[in-house]
Write a protein that binds this ligand. Structure first.
Ligand SMILES: Cc1cc2nc3c(=O)[nH]c(=O)nc-3n(C[C@H](O)[C@H](O)[C@H](O)COP(=O)(O)O)c2cc1C
Length: 312
């Protein structure tokens, strides 16, 4: 079988050569994983979320394997946007990667400041992801995306800066009405969405009677998350068919990627799979191509949102 499969996909005005994207925080800072996994074969690499300040993150242990996935409480450790712009971005760009920069903060102004610090390098970015949904940056800290108005306020503040890059709001599935949050952040200026972040979770060590991670709680990722992510993507795509979505959560195989596209995603984020296997994104891409070939699908765009109704 030698038919070519068109992998190109579009996120608003952003045209990507492949729908497979490295998810934030799971591809190192980029260049180190690039030694193992050529990022030019990916649609894009999303950077680890950075704040406009240095942040130490949570105490160890930060990562624990659980049934069907893992729970992490890295807590957004990072040296800050300025360091990332000076040191990490050039290394990542040198690999030929298309880069989505991810930002976070504790306040609306932190996000706006993070955005301002990216203005000088925005021509090197294909997009900026606004991480509104980290579940583990310290107990009691705000998960912005659990609050519709606050999420919209953050996106509006970022949109009001001179940053012209397409904005992708990263949301959590842990809300009552995800399509409402999705609509609000797009009305506030986001081009698209990344769905979903890790899901709030807790691992307990019964011997010590304490949380097993250094932080009280963590975020679940990996295979267990896939069905939750599929539902999130599906519900938002049904409510807002024109919003481009990077469907993320539990994608380990090409078939998982097919399902994410059918649910309504225009691109597919891969995170935990890279921890299991550094070249997972390449294998997933190859499997996606094979699936398309064996099913007579000439373009991945023909899969996007093509889930049928349940049989009557
Ligand atoms: C160790 C680790 C670190 C992460 N760091 C970030 C981060 O900095 N910013 C972010 O938006 N998401 C972060 N995520 C979430 C992933 O980008 C992704 O949304 C989530 O893990 C679900 O996808 P997966 O099941 O393929 O891993 C992190 C996930 C893991 C496992």
């Amino acid at each position: 079988m030698s038919e070519t499969v068109d992998l190109t996909t579009q996120l608003g005005k952003v045209l990507l050569p492949s729908p497979i994207i490295a998810a934030s925080g799971t591809f190192g800072h980029g260049a180190e994983v690039a030694h193992l996994c050529d990022p030019t074969r990916l649609g894009a690499v999303t950077s680890k979320s950075q704040a406009p300040f240095l942040w130490a993150g949570n105490r160890a242990p930060r990562l624990i394997p659980v049934a069907a996935g893992m729970v992490n409480a890295v807590g957004l450790q990072g040296r800050g946007i300025e360091h990332w712009v000076e040191r990490d971005l050039p290394d990542l760009k040198a690999t030929g990667a298309r880069v989505i920069a991810s930002i976070w903060g504790f306040t609306v102004e932190d996000f706006a400041q993070a955005a301002r610090l990216l203005v000088a390098v925005q021509d090197q970015l294909v997009g900026v992801e606004i991480n509104l949904s980290c579940p583990n940056h310290g107990s009691g800290a705000t998960v912005f995306s659990h609050d519709t108005a606050l999420s919209a306020e953050v996106v509006q503040a970022v949109h009001a800066t001179n940053l012209q890059a397409p904005l992708f709001a990263k949301l959590s599935a842990g809300v009552t009405d995800l399509p409402e949050v999705a609509g609000a952040v797009v009305d506030a200026g986001a081009t698209g969405l990344t769905l979903i972040n890790t899901f709030r979770s807790l691992v307990i060590d019964a011997e010590t009677r304490r949380p097993a991670l250094g932080a009280a709680g963590g975020g679940l990722s990996g295979p267990a998350l896939k069905v939750i992510a599929l539902r999130a993507v599906h519900d938002v795509a049904q409510a807002h068919p024109h919003i481009p979505i990077i469907g993320t959560g539990g994608v380990l195989t090409g078939l998982d990627a097919v399902e994410m596209l059918l649910a309504g995603a225009s691109a597919v984020g891969v995170g935990t799979a890279t921890f299991y296997e550094p070249r997972a994104t390449h294998r997933i891409t190859d499997e996606l191509v094979d699936w398309c070939r064996t099913h007579g699908v000439g373009s991945v765009r023909d899969l996007i949102g093509r889930l049928k109704e349940p049989e009557k």
